[in-house]
Design a protein around this ligand. Structure first.
Ligand code: ZN
Length: 284
């Protein structure tokens, strides 16, 4: 199933254009918003699967879509998780866990946005599969990891490379957390919707020119391995977001390097989920 955050209400989609308001259809048992549902994910999905074909009562207006998890308590982001991207970044492939950092929650938005380019920066693209946690996860085995996932979404780990790489050590958290630098959407798709949730094509293009294209089967650490590895240290909470890493083709790794210019539009897509669109403008 696919669930959208539409105008701050959870909507169970029947198509890209329409769906059922969860709070109304459940007579107040679930919702109205998505954050209140993540703590009760198994009960919610059991109810949703048993829901008879209710008539759609919500018409989807994409401008009203928010992040499918708009208020996560934690956002994790994974670096260097595709071989070719590790190489273009000038790093060895990670052996234990890849670098883990955060994108601060104030950077999080819905799928279709206008993003201001930070002054004096080099703003870059990183299309990523986003995992939304559906169940508390602590010391989870890889074999049990998918059962802790509510669903998948499309994300952009937009990155400002000057502040990221300046200083004695890389500064990932700040350089990747300018306002609007963490768009996620257009909705959440539950893992059972995919014939193989570990092998999805993802990519992005800037003003129609394809810049990144890969498959999540190329992840050095798969989604189950990431959930296992992260949950050995931290407790993952319902609604938490994990950006799982980007394939090759970022602007920083190109010769010559290339960064986003004012007026350009970035479209990012993942097979079986959909696409998100960011238009960039100069800081006023
Ligand atoms: Zn990234």
């Amino acid at each position: 199933m696919r669930i959208a955050n539409h105008n701050e209400r959870a909507v169970l989609l029947s198509s890209d254009e329409a769906g059922v308001d969860v709070h109304t259809a459940s007579a107040g048992r679930f919702g109205p918003d998505l954050p209140s549902i993540y703590g009760n994910w198994d009960d919610f999905t059991a109810w949703a699967r048993a829901l008879p074909g209710n008539a759609d009562d919500v018409e989807i207006d994409r401008s009203l879509l928010g992040s499918p998890s708009p208020a996560p308590r934690q956002i994790f982001a994974i670096g260097l998780n595709y071989s070719a991207h590790a190489k273009e970044s000038g790093f060895e492939e990670p052996e234990h866990l890849p670098p883990v950092f955060t994108k601060y929650v104030s950077a999080l938005t819905g799928p279709d946005t206008t993003v201001e380019l930070p002054k004096g920066g080099n703003t870059d693209w990183e299309v990523e599969l986003v995992v939304i946690v559906g169940k508390v996860a602590s010391n989870v085995a890889t074999t049990d990891a998918w059962a802790h996932v509510a669903g998948l979404s499309v994300g952009q780990d937009i990155s400002e490379r000057v502040s990221q790489l300046r200083g004695p050590a890389p500064q990932f958290g700040l350089g990747k957390s300018f306002p609007g630098f963490a768009p996620v959407g257009p909705w959440l798709v539950t893992p059972d919707e995919f014939s193989n949730p570990d092998d999805l094509e993802l990519g992005c293009s800037l003003d129609g020119e394809e810049l990144q294209k890969g498959r999540t089967s190329e992840l050095i650490f798969s989604i189950p391995e990431l959930i296992h590895g992260l949950s050995e240290t931290v407790t993952l909470l319902p609604g938490d977001i994990i950006f799982t890493g980007t394939p090759a083709g970022v602007g920083l790794g190109r010769t010559p390097q290339r960064f986003i210019q004012s007026g350009e539009t970035l479209v990012s897509h993942i097979e079986g989920i959909g696409e998100i669109t960011q238009t960039f403008v100069s800081t006023r």
